[in-house]
Design a protein around this ligand. Structure first.
Ligand SMILES: *Cc1c(COP(=O)(O)O)cnc(C)c1O
Length: 399
């Protein structure tokens, strides 16, 4: 089944990309092999001269990895998917594979730390200019994209404070400036936001997050159409960020339940966010699905739901503080402390002392991160248990 078939996206998550071996198995096989054999020298010659329809080496292509790639591409509506060993390998491949010296990147400032490192520290080492903007301000995008640009990179919602970037507006400006747009869609999830519909050229994922969704393995993906795929293919083939067939199999099974999981987690996240808004010890609750989100109208236009992450500040007896945030984390019994996200288990992290520890206080404040800020990734537990657990934590923080 390919992306031209008439099946609904949800069905494609179950059947897309399936390649059965001669044994006609029901569940996809794991082709744990680095190489492939040929019936003759001529067949090997033909395989190398040909269009790539035959598997020749697992750094280039592998049947289990190809099933994962084709299934995700069929769901997203892009012509091609490249699976990578991690989300960062996908971000690195998509950005560096499209750039050369003298090029210019415009990116939003509120990025996952390693993504910021690639655009700000790596790309600039090779004579690429990087301009950072506040992604929520249309006028900053307009000013930055008034000059010819090669690539636009952004995340929406952003980590950890869930700022939203207007994909349609930025994509229109970028295309006028001659740029291709790369979007990190991890926080939104493939279920709740379809960047392709807003004209986005390349989507990147950390499959480690919702696509696996069960905390088992690392993985990443780059999605794009053929024209860009032709530019990226040699870069990826020769630099080797290939995904392991075993991980591809885990992630393939993850795709089968992705739609169900993300919808259930999103519904639970909305319930949890509403509860937080009602509790006096939660000082600021940011969730894209809440009417109180500063960009709620844009969320409505661009996303099918608020997704699975919530950002909030914790107020102790003396006001919002790190101490109150830590008291909450330490009092919780169901929600566990981890910097991962998108898992079936609910996870909580204190960005100021973990994921964003290396930034200065001022840089953190620009991103909306205070000492009292927590990021909660809502899992598949009964939301009533999560709310009871958060109540325990908030009461402990306020005590
Ligand atoms: C986790 C994450 C990444 C990096 O993915 P890895 O699989 O950890 O390499 C990139 N962007 C965002 C938004 C993420 O959450």
């Amino acid at each position: 089944m390919d992306q031209r078939d008439p099946l609904s996206p949800r069905t494609r998550l179950v059947h897309g990309g399936t390649r059965r071996s001669q044994f006609e198995e029901t569940s996809e096989a794991i082709f744990m092999t680095s190489g492939f054999v040929y019936e003759s020298a001529e067949a090997a010659e033909h395989a190398f001269a040909n269009d790539g329809s035959r598997f020749v080496y697992s750094r280039f292509r592998n049947p289990t990895v190809a099933m994962f790639e084709d299934r995700l591409a069929a769901y997203e509506g892009y012509e091609r998917c490249f699976a990578t060993a991690s989300g960062m390998a996908a971000v690195h491949g998509a950005i560096m594979g499209l750039l050369k010296a003298g090029d210019r990147i415009v990116a939003s400032r509120a990025l996952f730390g390693s993504c910021l490192y690639i655009v700000k520290d790596i790309a600039t080492r090779f004579g690429v200019e990087t301009v950072l903007v506040d992604g929520t301000k249309p006028e900053e995008w307009e000013a930055a994209l008034a000059a010819p640009t090669t690539l636009v990179f952004l995340e929406s919602p952003s980590n950890p404070c869930l700022d939203i970037v207007d994909l349609e507006h930025v994509t229109a400006l970028a295309h006028k400036a001659g740029a291709r747009v790369v979007v990190d869609n991890v926080f939104a999830t493939p279920v709740m936001q379809k960047p392709k519909r807003h004209g986005v050229d390349v989507v990147v994922y950390s499959a480690t997050k919702h696509i696996d969704g069960q905390g088992r393995c690392l993985g990443g993906a780059i999605l794009c159409d053929q024209e860009i795929a032709a530019l990226l293919a040699p870069y990826l083939r020769h630099t080797g960020p290939a995904m392991s067939p075993f991980n591809a199999w885990v992630l393939l099974k993850g795709l089968e339940t992705l739609d169900l999981r993300v919808r259930a987690q999103t519904a639970a996240a909305l319930e949890v966010a509403r509860f937080l808004e009602s509790h006096p010890a939660a000082a600021r609750v940011v969730y894209p699905g809440l009417e109180s989100h500063p960009q709620h109208a844009l969320v409505r236009r661009q996303m099918a739901g608020g997704s699975t992450l919530i950002c909030f500040d914790v107020k102790g007896s003396g006001g919002p503080s790190k101490q109150a945030a830590f008291a909450l984390m330490n009092a919780m019994e169901v929600v566990t402390i981890s910097n991962n996200l998108g898992d079936s288990k609910s996870l909580i992290t204190h960005p100021a002392t973990t994921t964003h520890q290396r930034l200065t206080d001022e840089e953190r404040l620009t991103l909306g991160i205070t000492p009292a800020t927590l990021r909660l990734s809502v899992g598949l537990e009964d939301p009533a248990d999560l709310i009871a657990d958060l109540k325990r934590g908030l009461d402990a923080a306020a005590a």
